[in-house]
Design a protein around this ligand. Structure first.
Ligand code: GLN
Length: 256
């Protein structure tokens, strides 16, 4: 019997806001639908990160748990070694920040990241970036528009060797002034999109899977296509998706 593809979900109790742990479930399920055995391994804080997994998944988190997660990751070299050995990583929001060179906590204190992504995250005086996001992915990735939800205080600027995941169409993304969202370094993908992002964007899930497993058969899923259409439309035309609100409230929310 073939060994199952292993997907490690890192520190779900520290990095698991907005159901981001669902990204690991989506990856495993899309393999099973193709009759490829898959298993998700939850790795809790204090436990060693297993080597030999094909994909590592990290979610978003609040500032204090995020700093703890960074400390745990930096205490060993397992994740960096796994990436050097060919594993893929999906890191969402706090996960993205932790994989960068440095990130700032709410107190403005700078923390060292893992350096797997060439970016830095700081805090500004602006309000948190909250809401629906639409991203036009980098053309080389060959992906359709991405949909997701963001909620972060951090502002991420990309370093000279960084490649963004895409450009923001709606929302803030990295919020560093260049219109970029997320960051990609080989098989390591960081994004600000929650959703879970892979449930909303199965093409991104398949991109990660095929980056480690090679080409995969397509899966038809009209239900997901319909949900994606609804979310992409709602983000682009938010006032049309509040039918239960009076026109006064809708005007207020539109700001006119
Ligand atoms: N704590 C980080 C910030 O606010 C990440 C938030 C998140 O993961 N949603 O910037």
């Amino acid at each position: 019997m073939t060994e199952p593809v292993s997907i490690a979900l890192l520190y779900p109790e520290l990095l698991g806001t907005y159901g981001d742990g669902g990204n690991a479930t989506v990856l495993a399920q899309r393999l099973r639908w193709r009759n490829i055995p898959a298993k998700v391994i939850d790795v809790h804080a204090g436990e060693p990160i297993p080597g030999g997994c094909q994909i590592y998944v990290m979610g978003g988190g609040e500032d204090a748990p995020q700093a703890l997660a960074a400390q745990e990751l930096r205490a060993g070299s397992a994740l960096v070694d796994a990436v050097e050995g060919g594993a893929a990583v999906l890191a969402v929001c706090a996960g993205l920040q932790v994989l960068g060179q440095r990130f700032a906590g709410q107190d403005g204190k700078s923390h060292l990241g893992l350096g797997l992504l060439d970016c830095e995250t700081h805090r500004d005086d602006g309000p948190r970036r909250i809401g629906e996001v639409v991203v036009a992915p980098d053309a080389e990735l060959g992906l359709p528009d991405l949909t997701g939800y963001e909620n972060h205080g951090g502002v991420t600027t990309l370093g000279p060797t960084a490649r963004p995941l895409g450009q923001v169409v709606v929302g803030h993304g990295n919020a560093g002034g260049d219109g970029s969202e997320g960051i990609v370094n080989g098989r390591v993908v960081g994004t600000y999109l929650h959703g879970p992002v892979l449930a909303r964007n199965p093409a991104l899930a398949d991109h990660l899977l095929s980056s480690v497993l090679g080409p995969l058969d397509p899966i038809d899923d009209p239900e997901v296509d319909a949900l994606r259409k609804e979310r992409l439309h709602a983000a682009r035309h938010p006032h049309m998706h509040m039918p239960q609100l009076s026109s006064g409230w809708r005007r207020l929310l539109r700001g006119n």
